[in-house]
Design a protein around this ligand. Sequence first.
Ligand code: ADP
Length: 405
Amino acid sequence: MGTNKELESSLQQLRLLNQVAKDITSTLGLEPRLGFICQSIIDIMGVKGVSIRMLDQKTNRLELACACGLSEAYIHKGPVDADKSLAKALEGGPHFVLDAYADPGLQYPEAARREGLVSVLSLPLKGRTKVIGTLRLYTGERRAFTQDEIDFLSALAAQGAISLENARNYDTLEKQDKAKSDFIMMMTHELKAPLMAVQGLLDVMQKGYVGPLTEKQKELIARIYRRIDSLMEVSTDLLDIYEWQTERPDTQSISLSMNEQIQRAVDLFKTSAREKGLTMDVDLPDEDLILMGSEDEIEKILNNLITNAIKYTPKGGNISLALSASGGSVVFIIKDSGIGIDDQDISKVFDKFFRSKGAKKIDPYGKGLGLPFVKQIVEGLGGTIRVKSEEGKGSEFILAFPTPG
Ligand code: ADP
């Protein structure tokens, strides 16, 4: 039986293996996984430094992916050629050098000496079909690794390689996804200028500046105009969502009184509600309920929900808005006595472009982009949104936000 220290060290090794195995299926990006692996090896093995290099197939160079315990000067000593350095490790087995400075295989012996590196152990990171990089441990004294240690590190490198391969694929997918949305948004933006120009020309025709129009021609031009309007609205909505997604990381969150925000939104919409023959009730608590967010975000949430309530509630109906504090959350409920949503559709209302049959009858030009956007913003603020509804009776949207601590 081993000593307490040996047992503790084995336990740590197992914990790390277990963690890296779990990481295989996680969607964490590449960088946090690498940092975690490098630092854990330093802690467990008591070595001076650890580096992970990924093989660039095109240049046959080992590009640094992560390093711990090594100076900037050493890390950036120069390009690491896969053939000269780490050749053994790349072939598939661990490679050990007891005295790095004296070993002819080392590409930068002088840099290693300046850094105070003595022994170096290199292990291959074997992906599913090929070696994808190397894991290197550096010590500050002559140190021979035991077979147990090499076995542990080989197991870790095997698990880590699969995890890193997944992370790399995940990062690539994310980049492709971003490039795709950037492209779509650029196209959407570019489309708006010619669409506006077409509208301008239609306007000139409609006003009779290029000669009198027949009734049929006027009707057709009006239809074209409406279609273009609708396309412009989708473009504006999509650009709005995109802008919010890209700018969100830099948006400053401030303390906002939800009471004030709601009152302001109600003031904005009360005339259009009255004109449609709807009553609007507001129930705000005496104390100010605070949310962390930006005015623009809260405005977008409230405007979307109130516009929908007005749009989907027939004449004579009622809309009520209520704010309260409940169970550590700020709860906002907007309820209407409108057309409601049937059971089949209720799970789809937060899907992009979804619109119910009843909604299309009321407003043929809606886009089905408002609620998905509202949901994204609410969740971005750490909140939740759900809906209760009965067809023909009305709908209720319930939003809960964490109370700032
Ligand atoms: P849009 O209003 O442009 O259709 P939204 O994303 O805001 O887009 O809403 C998506 C769909 O959810 C609507 O088309 C409608 O079917 C349903 N919906 C949203 N709000 C209400 C409401 N207050 N009452 C009934 N149905 C609603």
